[in-house]
Design a protein around this ligand. Structure first.
Ligand code: ATP
Length: 875
């Protein structure tokens, strides 16, 4: 217990898995928590003191650990550091590893997803200078936010830095978007808003987050003298966050994590920017509502990758599409070639078969968690690389050749693994028998001693049976007493005099002889010694493979890219996707565009056919830069908007797109304001969320952005909503000029098309049949004539009485509205008078009356006059 207390003191916030023989035991509060989380029986260690205890067998510990990590726990593994056979005292124990959700190798999320450990660091930028300039102490100093993201299980390591008014939000967004399962923060820092969504937040001492500590650490890990080559000079916040992550990994894994050998610094605009809201709204990775079928996501729809590395790259590419036209064109070229040649494409995709997760296997090896089977699996996967490379080499596009060049086939490593390990090694090195024959002559000798020894023992059994005449005499082995001769009590009288008594059982007696002892020593030492040699050879092999870690990772990245391109080609060929044409002008011109996810869904479920529609947008020239889409609910407005975003996104991923043709000027960002989001649960009203998102768009969108606004303003009173939507359209038209799709139920807005040159009206097609309305899902020019809301409500099954009553109310309203709407056509002054209802004028007149100066007759006349005016307006 003294050992336990010491280990626990070092790791107070972790559940301590304390190795005792064949079990890992937990004590005190740890036991209470673990028994509850893992449904283990709680017992008491010390009857008197009643120390709560529970345990799990060592051979099945992995599954328990995974379950705890998924629930966000930290775990310290305390091992026996000595062989109990070799010591008479209590064996020494040490914490050899601390596990946490962010460093878990077997991600709860599965192979397709990275398991990122994040770090967030903020520092004041030039605090003094800005305070002096502003002359106000109260204004917050501008901050620089650095973040780092590391997937220990693959070695992927990135860092980024954010400045400007939105720095904090952007930094938090980047961490959330990567789906980090744990985030590190300096001990004394206030966590920024938004990070509460990550369950495991770990504090790391403040001194780690300093230039002097963190930067040299990163340099050592990457084996460079300066971070200049990574573009990190002058970006201390990013470098410090990276250093903190490395420090944490090294401290908890007690290992140098050699496979982490590169770092990507993301400066702004190296990718098409998407924010968390857009990723969610467009259902790129996860369905909007948890528990929904994830076939509704873009990731699932596009995932035809064959390897785990390829799948991870697809996810990463969806979240960070490209903005570099050359890189995108290179992908089109490669995809086009493979799409056009079924045979070569299939050959390539077949070459990926059997290729396991190279990055993850390498990470296990690097962190010393790999057994002989893992290494064998790594070897088997590496053995497939020459085939993959040969298949890539049959292609001609420059990107294919470049990938082939980057793909190191690593024959040396493959051969060494294949010759060192037996074909089917045991699970752990302790079992023995992992190393092939012929590698080490001493090992071969020891093994033969052990086998001949065992044969001799069998011979001894035969001989002793004959000598004593006891047919049931047995020679057996157990770990406590070693080899022994067992004779049942009834035969005891026949035992020869040279038998030495060893142990007495109820029905039998166990003996030994000098000869047996001698064999025992020989066999056991031979066995122990051979395990020792096997472990040494395995350690050498491990080091040899790790020396090639960087090459393996580079090959793995090349495989991932080839797999991704082959996947795009496969989709392009099978689904009639077209090669986009990139343009320098900020256009989005799609002929017969389809929504990839819905189209695929309809195909699979055979629920009708997707209706293709054209999209024409141009931020430059005469436009149109803003499309106003009106029409009934369920008509397909949202789908049309999303289709535009999907095309841009896929085109910039380097994929072909679901359209007959697409001409596209690259976008720098996609913004969406669609539907309600789950923020409501986090204390902000639907309308507040909507306005915050709209504010971000209006404040940050550029002319090269793509903006989707769906039913803006519906979260508040009609007139407020309409006014805000109106003003937003005007602002987007005049100031931002970005390609915008604006779906709305406010028919009044369609008048804007007459006033603003680059706004066009579109409507969804409906057919009115006797039985009700039919949605055509076509998008046509012009404003919608009516809104059909009541028709849709009828389709949804609202009681007929409610439908009837609603129709009557609508009629009355429409009559009033027609009379009251006046549009201020002159944009100066920007005052909207369209909603001033008639009654307001009457109210105004009453308000300004000098009642005291009126005679009763005048008052009566006035009353009559006002009444008449009201009557007139009702007609
Ligand atoms: N082009 C299309 N081809 C086939 N089906 C479509 C098409 N567009 C939309 N749909 C179908 O119609 C349904 C409703 O579409 P969508 O959500 O886009 O309508 P909406 O006009 O935005 O409705 P609301 O105003 O209620 O949000 C979708 O679920 C989809 O299945």
């Amino acid at each position: 217990m003294r050992q336990w207390t010491a280990a626990k003191r070092e790791n107070p916030d972790a559940l301590l898995f304390f190795r005792m023989g064949d079990f890992y035991e937990l004590f005190y509060d740890d036991a209470v928590v673990a028994s509850r989380e893992l449904q283990l029986t709680l017992t008491a260690r010390d009857r008197e003191r009643q120390v709560p205890m529970c345990g799990v067998p060592y051979h099945s510990v992995e599954s328990y650990l995974t379950r705890l990590l998924r629930r966000g726990f930290r775990i310290a593994i305390c091992e026996q550091m000595e062989d109990p056979k070799l010591t008479k005292k209590i064996v020494r124990r040490e914490v050899i590893k601390v596990l946490s959700p962010g460093t878990a190798l077997d991600s709860a999320l599965g192979q397709e997803q990275n398991n990122f450990l994040g770090a967030y660091f903020e520092t004041a930028r030039d605090g003094k200078e800005s305070a002096a300039k502003n002359g106000r102490a109260a204004s917050p100093a501008p901050v620089v936010c650095g973040i780092a993201l590391l997937d220990v299980s693959t070695g992927e390591f990135r860092t980024a830095e954010f400045t400007g008014p939105n720095a904090k939000a952007q930094a938090v967004d980047a961490i959330l978007m990567a789906g980090a399962s744990e985030v590190l923060l300096p001990t004394s820092a206030e966590p920024p808003v938004g990070l509460e969504r990550i369950a495991t937040k770990t504090r790391v001492d403040d001194w780690v987050w300093t230039h002097d500590f963190a930067v040299p650490l990163v340099e050592r890990q990457l084996k460079v003298r300066s971070l200049e080559g990574f573009g990190l000079v002058g970006h201390d916040a990013a470098a410090i966050a990276a250093g903190a992550v490395l420090h944490y990994v090294r401290a908890t894994q007690k290992n140098e994590a050699l496979h982490i050998d590169s770092l990507r610094f993301q400066e702004h605009l190296t990718a098409l920017e998407l924010d968390q809201v857009t990723v969610r709204n467009l259902e790129l990775i996860e369905p909007l509502f948890q528990g929904q079928d994830d076939r509704a996501t873009l990731f699932r729809t596009l995932d035809a990758c064959c390897t785990p590395m390829g799948k991870r790259m697809l996810r990463a590419t969806i979240l960070r599409p490209l903005v570099d036209a050359m890189a995108i064109e290179a992908r089109y070229e490669a995809v086009g070639e493979a799409a056009g040649d079924l045979l070569r494409r299939e050959e390539l995709r077949r070459a990926f078969e059997g290729l396991m997760d190279l990055e993850r296997l390498l990470a296990r090896l690097s962190l010393d968690s790999a057994g002989p089977r893992d290494v064998r699996a790594l070897g088997a996967s590496l053995a497939r690389l020459p085939g993959v490379r040969a298949a890539i080499e049959t292609m001609e596009a420059p990107l294919w050749s470049e990938i082939a060049k980057r793909l190191d086939t690593l024959e040396g490593v493959t051969a060494r693994i294949a010759t060192t390990l037996v074909a089917e090694p045991p699970l752990t090195m302790a079992d023995g028998g992992a190393i092939a024959a012929g590698i080490d002559s001493e090992l071969d000798d020891l093994r033969s001693i052990s086998t001949t020894g065992k044969q001799s023992i069998a011979a001894i059994e035969d001989r002793e049976r004959q000598r004593t005449g006891i047919g049931s005499l047995k020679v057996r082995y157990n770990s406590v007493f070693g080899y022994y001769i067992e004779i049942t009590k009834s035969n005891l009288a026949l035992a020869p005099a040279d038998y030495e008594r060893k142990q007495t059982l109820v029905n039998a007696e166990r003996f030994t002889t000098p000869e047996l002892k001698e064999y025992e020593t020989k066999i056991l030492t031979a066995h122990d010694r051979s395990i020792e040699i096997e472990k040494r050879i395995f350690a050498d092999l491990r080091r040899f493979v790790l020396d090639a870690a960087t090459r393996i990772r580079r090959s793995s990245a090349a495989v991932a890219e080839a797999d991704l391109l082959a996947c795009f080609a496969h989709l392009a060929a099978g689904r009639r996707y077209a090669r986009p044409k990139l343009s320098d002008e900020p256009v989005l011109e799609a002929v017969a565009a389809r929504h990839p996810v819905i189209e695929q869904w309809m195909e699979e479920t055979r629920e009708g056919r997707f209706i293709a529609n054209d999209i024409f947008l141009s931020a430059g020239g005469d436009g149109p830069s803003l499309l106003l889409i009106t029409g009934p609910n369920m008509g397909g407005k949202s789908t049309y908007l999303r289709t535009a975003a999907m095309l841009v996104l896929m085109a910039q991923m380097g994929s072909f797109v679901p359209a007959d043709s697409l001409r596209l000027g690259l976008a720098d960002r996609i913004y969406t304001r669609i539907g309600a989001s789950d923020n409501v649960a986090r204390g902000r009203s639907t309308f507040m969320v909507e306005m915050t998102e709209t504010a971000t768009i209006l404040n940050t969108a550029s002319r090269r952005s793509l903006i989707l606004l769906d039913e803006m303003g519906r979260g508040t009173a009609t007139f407020d909503g309409l006014s805000l939507a109106w003003a937003t359209v005007e602002y987007l038209h005049a100031e931002t000029g970005a390609r915008t799709l604006f779906a709305t139920h406010y028919h009044e807005l369609t008048m804007l098309a007459e006033k603003l040159t680059k706004v066009r009206n579109l409507r969804v097609g409906v057919k009115e049949a006797a039985s009700g309305i039919v949605f055509l899902h076509t998008i046509e020019p012009g404003p919608a004539s009516k809104s059909y809301g009541i028709e849709v409500a009828k389709l949804a099954g609202l009681p007929p009485a409610v439908i009837e009553r609603a129709r009557r109310i609508l009629k009355q309203h429409e009559k009033q509205e027609r009379q009251s709407v006046q549009v201020e056509t002159d944009p100066e002054p920007m005052q909207l008078t369209i909603f001033t209802p008639l009654s307001q004028r009457i109210v105004d007149r009453i308000e300004t009356l000098e009642v005291n100066s009126l005679t009763p007759l005048q008052a009566l006349n006035l009353l009559e006059e006002l009444q008449q005016e009201l009557k007139d307006s009702r007609e």
